[in-house]
Unconditional design. Sequence first.
Length: 305
Amino acid sequence: MKYMSITEVGKKIYMIDVEVAGLRNFIATYVLKGKSVAIVETGPASSVENLIRGLKELDVKPEDVSYIAVSHVHLDHGGGAGTLVKFLPKAKVIVHQRGAPHLANPGKLWQQSRMVLGRIAEIYGEPEPVPAGRIIAASDGMVFDVGNDVALKVVETLGHASHHLSYYEPPSNSIFTGDAAGIYLNEIDVIVPTTPSPFRLDIALESLEKLARLKPSVLYYTHFGKANNAVEKLHTYARQLNLWANIAKQALEIGEGLEWTSRKIVEIDEAVKKAREYIEGHKVLGETVLGESVRGVFDYVKNFG
Ligand SMILES: [Zn+2]
């Protein structure tokens, strides 16, 4: 039998490691059991099968799931939505209003993802469309109640993407951060940026402040897992983004480019130093963090100063 990890991470909150391509501790889906059930993040299409097995192990009946809340439509977060709704007859998919068209018609998203991510897009799999009638185009402040004192409040947190949402769970004072708070490498307790182009640093920093103002006690990262000292973690990430941007600024001032920036980041950023071996040994992070994330910050500084 294949390894499948389910963890009770909070009161009525469970985490399923969807193990895309056998990668553990990389993509999490959260299951909130109230009177009905809400799922936060689907993971990619290729691991929906694992997610469904996880739901079975948690004794979740398909018709009990009322909401599937995704942070954004990138393949590793909402890519599985179209496949998943086929198994959950009553579930509606909550997504930022600007992301909704891409869930309904994922063709362009898939094409772009293949161009940008290449081999990694193939690992995630092609997203299936979500029927338009099952999509809730959400905006900041909306609340979705699943009963028994379990609810999700939409917090618009743009920056990583122009259509990114986080979800605040008031009873547990926790936030499902999607990609708004970076990637938390829980095994080594380090945060690294997820800032692919077109990343907006200014807006991402505002989003981090917005999350910090909620004074959460717990963060639930999609990549990956539960973290305490939530406010401190949000501030740490903001400082790291500023550090990266300053290095990119320096590069541009002396006529250097992406490669120099990346090298300097590895030299100066203590978190990256600590995580380097982990990142470089990872099938997906090896290509994305020190490639795409650095490029995103670099492009932002180049285009917006
Ligand atoms: Zn992601």
